[in-house]
Structure formats: structure tokens, C-alpha cells
Design a protein. Structure first.
Length: 758
């Protein structure tokens, strides 16, 4: 009959065939919730909703009570509710004609099922995200996914002792560690091995793709276990790659860098699995003067906290299950890349550890200033005579280093010393290590500069500075505005700063390392600094060291004799603009750093727009055109042009800062009087000189000493009554009133009387 006359027959539901309830039918979902509510005997307060199927004969007659979305007070009763809060009855939102609030019903139903025991937490959260990280199931995937930041992130720390002797000594203080042999079958690699392995990533000879550049692996890359074909690898970070450098002799520096690395991992870790920090302990660390601080730091790590970072000490084999593991599958086609890579081997020494505890024999030598000789007196001596002088027992380490430097200049670092089975480079290495243990940092830096040492973590530090929007200037004209390899950067440094007693090339490497670390930790320190000039930065450190009276520096007034940690503390001190200093002292430091107020370069651009004759700074004239045509207000080229002119034309940093103050005041005057247009050139130095003359007249400063020195002016506060700003503002107004001024169209609209210089 249906085939003959389609639509003529009555449709029956599938229940007449004996089928069960179809749970996924959309039309019956609120009925399903109601039935489940009856099963668990829970009736939330509300009125009965409209029936789901009026024609159904199976509709139940008892009322259903539902979870409302909200309750409200009718408009007619609002005034009574305002008069007596809580006196009126709340109505559910169903009286407004709203449909059933399915989300609330579902959440309440799930909560009731969990409360009654019919539903467990792991039934809802199959990934066990409600549990701590160490209780979650191990993911056997070969890819490491990115996740959101974990609130309970724990940084795993593996302590690796270089030798059994060191392990036994640390155990006496309650510090449990492993040797490279005890870590097996896990292999310990330096991060430079990982660089060579990842060079194969993306390599394709057909397409002439060379693979990943030979750049160092950062902290996030060394915080993972790696599965390479046939082995599991753990890499220690770049911090402990500095064995060829001298920073590991400073235990305060090592401890501070470890704290920084742990904080960085806890802040920026976004991979599945915990980060693992491999702390490589060497015997030289215990022989150094700060061994007690290192042991105290290792002991404090057992509490589970390092500052605000949660840490977990353990064996590498036990921490592997909860760590982040990455698979380097692409190495199956490049077996040659890791076949002969060296791993960290256990140092074979005698079982006794007396030499490690003999701190008295390796005590630091307190030397405020190293003794150097005039090498011109021995230039006529031949190499054999120089070698005899080097072997003289009464000669200090400083003159010996100078004589070895002369041999390197004559014959190279591979020259074999007569009567000794070692080269000049080996003797310098030994002398550098001895000086590092004795904390004689001028000798250490001098010997490292002669050997042209470079630190591997230089490239990441330089990248951190560039990513933060800063630029580094070496010398007077070399601007570093892109990432460089350590070799490229060190070639520039050693070309500009040949080895000498100052050790400036390696000292600048230290500064770049510290700047990269500080700019990640606290970028507020670099506010107002766009270009970091390394030479003036050293001048600022010398100024701070000569004026500060901090017991940390022990009365030392020579920068080269400070330890790396003290140099870093000194950098933090000069960058912290919140410290109160003498005005002259502060102006000299700000002038060396080229620190300017916020919006300074935009203001100079506005001054240049108002001065058709340009701005003269010293002997250089910044012309209005083509600067305004080629550069915008926020152009980096304009910033560099203004800053380089200030740095080049004013050698005195205090005078440089006074010119910055003068430009700020002139910009403020022109900003309040936008109709002013100055036709002649604006000579900033002349304005400062006139302000100084007015200052001398008012304070009655007569004499030849005040004709050459403006120190009294520099020592005056700027924003106090009759301060330097008052005299500069008066001088600037005199220039604007004496010069040729043109009112633009906006001034003419006010009848030519819109100028408000007051």
C-alpha cells in the first residue's frame, strides 16, 4: 500500500521492534536527562519544561524539575527588593520562556554520577591531566608535542661527578651524585656533539641544502634526553662547556648561572615531559676558592627548591621515565655523524681525596694590582734568554705571562720551550689554571687573550641582546645587528683589541655574556638604551668602581682584577637607574651608556622638523633634509645617527648627558609652542655653554679653574630650584628670542600671537 500510495501509511517507532532507547537522538536528549535524574533520585529546583512530544502516549504525568540558568526578581518587585534586600522570591529563567539549560544539566548530572560513585575521574580525563605529572601514563609517541605552561613544573637535576674521588668527597656532605660510568647505559655528551648531530637535520645534497647551521644549542635543547640509533643521550648545558674558558674558576659565577638556567627552564618550558638539567661537577670547582659556597648550594638543592623553582635531584636512569625524550630518527641515514663522537669519560685518579680538600694549598691570593714589566727592556734578548727568565723562580706570574706573549709573537703558540717538554700554549694553559685557582683574574684574562680563547655560549647571548631590540657597537663603527657565530664575533674582537695586559678581548666576551643573561632576566635595566657601546660601557664600569664603597669588591679599584661575578654585579649596579647617586657620578654613567629619557629620539625628530637650519652637535650638523625625507620618526637609522653624533662629538660623558638634557628642554618648549619655526641652525653645545656662563655669574665662580672645567655645573641637580634645567631653559629661550623666528599658518590663525614661551 505504501509503494502504491507513498505517505498513506502510519509510521511506527522502532521500539515496536524491541529496540532499546536510542541515546543519541537529539529530540529526546532532555527526556534522557530527566530519566537519568530519576535514576539517581535528584530533583533540582525549577518548574516543569514543555513536553518533548505532546502526541506521545508514553509521556509521564509527574512533573520534572530542572536546573535553571539563573534566577531573577520581576521588574514589579524591584523597588521592594531595593528597600529590603532578600525579601522577594527569585524566579527561575524558565518563566521568561528560556529553553532548558543543557550545559548546567549535564554538569550537574556528571557531578551527581561522580558523587554517587557511578563515574570516576579517570573516565572523564583519559590523559590523567588531573594527576601530578609523575603519575601520568608514559607517552610512547616518538614526537614531543608542545603544551601549555604547567603550574606544577619540576626541573629534574642530575649531578654528575667527574671522578669517583669527587663523588666520595661530595657524599661526605650528603650530596649524592653519579659518575659517567654509573650513568650507563645513558651516554653523556657535551652540547657540541649535539651541534654536529643536528647539522644533518634538513641536509640534502641534491638540493644543495647544508642542514642546520653550526650554532650552539641553548638551554631548552640540552634539557631533553635524545634517542639516537642504538643509544640514549643526555647533554650537559653550555655553562659547563667553558672548561677551556676561565669562568668555571669563579664559583659565585657558576652558582648564579645555574640559578639563572633553572629559572629560565621553569619559565619557558613548553614541551611534554619534565626538563632535565645536567650539573657537571669537576675537580677544579672544588679546588677553587669558592668551593664552600658550591657545596652549600648543592646541599640546599636537596630541599627541593632553588629560589622559586621546584627541583628534583635523582639518578639519570630514574628520571628518564618522566623526562622529555626526543627521537632523532633522521640520523638513520647519517650514521657517520655520531659514530666517532666523544662522550664524557670518568676521570681516572687515585682514590684518596686529600688533594681536593687541601684548600690551604690553593688559597686565593689577594692582589689589588698586578706587577708588570717594561717589555722594551728585553726586546733585544733572544728566545733562549727569554726562556731562562721565564724559568726564574723569583719572577712573578705577570712578567712571566708577558715573556710568554713575546714568544708567541715571535714563534707562535706551538713553540716548544727549550729544556721543557711543553709548548708555549701548554705553559699558558697551566699558568691560566693556576691563576684561576688563586683568583688572579688579570693574569687569567691576559693568558686567555694570548691564546685567543672564545666561549661557546657567546652566540646565544648575542642573540638575546639582538632579539630584545638592542644593538652592540664594537669600537666606533662596527654595529652588530644580526646573530654571529662565536668564531666570527671573536675575530672582530681580537682584530680590534690585540692581546695585552688588559685582556680586553676576553673581558668584552664576558660583558656580552652578562648582557645576554641580564636582558632575559630583567629587561627593565636596559630602558632608554638602544645601542650598547662596549668601550664606553667599560668606562662606566671604571667610574662606578672608583666611586662605589661596596664590601663585595674588597676595595679593588681595577676592573681587570675583579672576578667575573663581581664584574656582573657591577654591570647590574650601573644599569639600575633606580639607585641614588651624586649628580655628576650619575651623569657620567648615563653618558657612557647613552641612556636617554623615554621618547627622546622622537622629540629630537620634532625639534629637527621645527629647525629648518638643522641641529648642530659639536662639529656635526644634522640637516633637516634629507633626514626628514629619508627617515621616519621611529626609524632606527635616525636613532643611530643622533646617538653616534653625540658619542663622536662629545668625549666627556657628563657633557654628553647635558646636551641630552638640553635637547629634552628645547623639545618641550617647541611642543608647547607648535607654531614656532626656527630658520637658523640650532647649536646645542652653544646653549649649554651659555647656561654654564649664567651659572658661573649667579654663583660667582671666578678663576682659571672654572674656565676649563664645568664640574660645578655637572654636580648640580637638574630638577631642583635653580638647577641645571633652569639655566638651560633660560639659554634656550634666549636663543629662540634672539634668532629669526617664523610663525607658521597655525600662528597666523591666532593673529600672530599664539607663541607661548612662558
Amino acid at each position: 500500500d505504501e509503494y502504491s500510495n507513498p505517505g498513506s501509511q502510519t509510521r511506527r517507532p522502532n521500539f515496536q521492534l524491541g529496540d532499546p532507547i536510542f541515546l543519541w537522538q537529539p529530540r529526546s536528549r532532555h527526556r534522557l536527562i530527566a530519566d537519568l535524574m530519576i535514576c539517581i533520585d535528584r530533583t533540582p529546583c525549577s518548574i516543569q519544561p514543555p513536553p518533548w512530544d505532546p502526541s506521545s502516549r508514553q509521556q509521564q504525568q509527574q512533573p520534572r524539575r530542572w536546573m535553571p540558568k539563573f534566577y531573577f526578581v520581576p521588574r514589579d518587585y524591584l523597588q521592594d527588593e531595593y528597600s529590603n534586600p532578600g525579601s522577594q522570591t527569585r524566579r527561575p529563567n524558565f518563566q521568561l520562556g528560556d529553553p532548558i539549560f543543557l550545559w548546567g544539566e549535564a554538569v550537574m548530572l556528571i557531578a551527581d554520577l561522580m558523587e554517587s560513585g557511578y563515574l570516576m575521574a579517570h573516565d572523564l580525563d583519559l590523559l590523567r591531566r588531573h594527576k601530578p605529572f609523575h603519575e601520568r601514563p608514559l607517552d610512547l609517541s616518538r614526537r614531543v608535542p608542545f603544551i601549555n605552561k604547567l603550574q606544577d613544573l619540576v626541573v629534574q637535576v642530575v649531578l654528575i661527578s667527574e671522578s669517583v674521588r669527587l663523588q666520595q668527597m661530595l657524599a661526605t656532605f650528603g650530596v649524592q651524585s653519579q659518575t659517567p660510568t654509573q650513568v650507563e647505559p645513558i651516554t653523556l655528551w657535551p652540547s657540541k656533539n649535539l651541534i654536529r648531530v643536528q647539522e644533518c637535520l634538513g641536509r640534502c645534497d641534491r638540493l644543495s641544502l647544508s642542514g642546520r647551521p653550526l650554532r650552539p644549542i641553548g638551554q631548552l635543547g640540552t634539557a631533553k634526553f635524545y634517542r639516537v640509533p642504538g643509544r640514549t643521550v643526555l647533554c650537559y648545558p653550555l655553562l659547563f662547556e667553558m672548561r677551556d674558558f676561565y669562568l668555571l674558576h669563579d664559583m659565585d659565577m657558576v652558582i648564579d648561572e645555574v640559578r639563572t638556567n633553572l629559572l629560565f627552564l621553569s619559565t619557558w618550558w613548553r614541551l611534554k615531559g619534565r626538563p632535565t638539567f645536567c650539573f657537571l661537577l669537576r675537580e677544579d670547582m672544588i679546588r677553587a676558592a669558592g668551593a664552600k659556597q658550591l657545596i652549600a648550594f648543592l646541599t640546599s638543592m636537596r630541599s627541593g627548591w632553588v629560589n622559586d623553582v621546584r627541583v628534583l635531584l635523582g639518578r639519570a636512569q630514574n628520571l628518564l621515565a618522566s623526562a622529555c625524550v626526543d627521537h632523532l630518527d633522521y640520523l638513520q641515514d647519517h650514521n657517520h655523524a655520531f659514530r666517532d663522537l666523544p662522550s664524557v669519560e670518568e676521570l681516572s685518579v687515585e682514590k684518596s681525596f686529600r688533594s681536593l680538600m687541601n684548600i690551604q694549598g690553593h688559597a686565593a691570593v689577594a692582589i689589588e694590582q698586578e706587577e708588570w714589566i717594561d717589555t722594551r727592556r728585553v726586546e733585544s734578548s733572544n728566545s733562549e734568554q727569554l726562556c731562562q727568565l721565564i724559568d726564574t723562580a723569583s719572577l712573578n706570574m705577570g712578567p712571566k705571562t708577558q715573556l710568554l706573549h713575546m714568544l708567541v709573537d715571535r714563534h707562535g703558540a706551538d713553540y716548544v720551550l727549550p729544556g721543557a717538554n711543553e709548548t708555549v700554549a701548554q705553559r699558558l694553559e697551566e699558568m691560566s689554571r693556576t691563576a684561576g685557582v688563586q683568583q688572579r683574574w688579570a693574569i687569567v684574562r691576559y693568558a686567555s687573550a694570548i691564546l685567543r680563547k672564545e666561549v661557546d655560549s657567546l652566540a646565544p647571548s648575542l642573540s638575546n641582546v639582538i632579539v630584545a631590540g638592542k644593538r652592540i657597537i664594537i669600537g666606533s663603527d662596527i654595529v652588530i645587528d644580526r646573530p654571529l657565530t662565536p668564531k666570527e664575533l671573536c675575530q672582530i674582537l681580537y682584530a680590534h683589541y690585540p692581546p695585552g695586559p688588559s685582556g680586553k678581548a676576553v673581558l668584552l666576551q664576558e660583558l656580552i655574556l652578562f648582557l645576554g643573561s641580564l636582558i632575559c632576566r630583567d629587561s627593565v635595566l636596559f630602558r632608554g638604551i638602544h645601542y650598547i657601546r662596549l668601550d664606553p660601557l667599560i668606562d662606566a664600569l671604571d667610574i662606578e668602581l672608583a666611586n662605589v664603597n661596596d664590601p663585595l669588591f674588597g676595595g679593588c679599584k681595577i676592573l681587570q682584577n675583579l672576578s667575573p661575578y663581581k664584574v656582573k654585579s657591577l654591570i647590574v649596579s650601573i644599569l639600575d637607574h633606580r639607585q641614588s647617586r651624586h649628580p655628576y657620578w650619575q651623569r657620567r654613567i648615563d653618558g657612557c651608556l647613552c641612556r636617554v629619557p623615554s621618547g627622546f629620539y622622537e622629540g629630537v625628530y620634532g625639534v629637527l622638523e621645527a629647525c629648518s637650519g638643522g641641529i648642530r652637535i659639536g662639529h656635526t650638523l644634522i640637516e633637516q633634509h634629507p633626514c626628514l625625507n629619508d627617515m621616519s620618526r621611529n626609524d632606527a637609522n635616525f636613532v643611530f645617527a643622533v646617538q653616534s653624533t653625540l658619542a663622536r662629538e662629545t668625549a666627556n660623558p657628563a657633557l654628553r648627558q647635558m646636551m641630552v638634557e638640553a635637547l629634552v628642554i628645547i623639545e618641550l618648549i617647541l611642543q608647547r609652542n607648535p607654531e614656532l619655526k626656527v630658520k637658523e641652525e640650532l647649536d646645542v653645545l652653544s646653549i649649554v655653554d651659555e647656561a654654564w656662563r649664567d651659572f658661573k655669574i649667579e654663583h660667582r665662580l671666578d678663576g682659571p679653574e672654572f674656565e676649563k672645567s664645568m664640574n660645578k655645573f655637572y654636580e648640580t641637580e637638574s630638577v631642583v630650584s635653580r638647577g641645571t634645567s633652569s639655566f638651560i631653559a633660560k639659554s634656550a629661550l634666549n636663543f629662540l628670542l634672539k634668532g629669526e623666528i617664523a610663525l607658521d599658518q597655525r600662528g597666523k590663525e591666532f593673529g600672530g600671537s599664539a607663541c607661548k614661551l612662558s
